[in-house]
Ligand binder design. Sequence first.
Ligand code: ADP
Ligand code: MG
Length: 319
Amino acid sequence: MDEFSLIQQFFQRLGSRRDDVLVGVGDDAAVLSSTDAGSSLVVCTDVLVEGVHFPTETSATDIGYKSLAVNLSDMAAMGATPAWATLGLTVPVVNEDWLSGFAEGFHSLALEAGVALVGGDTTKGALAVSVTLTGQVPAGEALLRNGARVGDQIWVSGTLGDAGLGLMVHQGNYSCSPDDADYLLQRLNRPTPKLGLGKALRGLATASIDISDGLVADLGHILEQSGVGASIDVSAIPLSDVYLDSLTTEVASLDLAMSFGDDYELCFTAPPEIHGKLLELSKQLDIRLSMIGSIEATPGLRTSDGNLISGAGGYRHFS
Ligand code: ADP
Ligand code: MG
């Protein structure tokens, strides 16, 4: 199968049909109708490399799903609504089963998120997936990393550490019941981007980031860019029941839950006056929201009893 029939068979019509896609896959470039003057475009790219961002044995469907999910998570962090995606795909061989699994994983999530695949490039080489996603946000309302103010409360969605523990399950370094293992692997391979939450936080959150590299590292980016510090109540870090069970073993710890990556939850700051409103929002969206600390003037990240939390956590390429 050559490059062109491959594209036609697997990537011609992935995701949602959108009226604003005038020309999609098939020409030299996609043509999209301009958005209204009241909104800004939001663009992000994430590259996933086999063996670095997903273990070699990950299923094609999960890779297809996750390559879009991590980008949707960036859109969520910005408070944006995703719309159009392009896909740079490098595969070592043309394996039709693999390609159709990949397309299925990508398509299912793209449909759910209202995203159309409008173009891309397909090349031969070591397995790598690069997705570029474009979305929209009302002008001036994008949630940035630099808006945290002294006195703001720090919030986290969902639970932390599950994906990292899932990787340990995958690697054979943590054993638990089959049900728990399923849950943890699902959290690793099928993260749920918090798009609804991100949108709802427009006009409420002062700063926001998605947790891809671990809470300590990602909250660190908010602190740095906002020119502030913070203290967090470690006992308020939200953990799933499955993760709590793992604390009795030597494998997992609270520290790891704060530095493991791949959770794709949102961490955001907001003034204390809207604490109640956020708890209401949590009920409305049926998403767990936990207040874990507050923004302070003194730079650095501390526990509430004043111990410095080192920036050692978090995955860094090239270090
Ligand atoms: P060009 O040579 O002009 O770069 P290509 O032959 O690479 O065009 O691609 C042909 C068409 O197929 C283009 O519209 C391109 O956007 C699309 N395309 C190629 N690979 C992919 C892919 N993996 N996913 C989606 N669209 C793709
Ligand atoms: Mg090309």
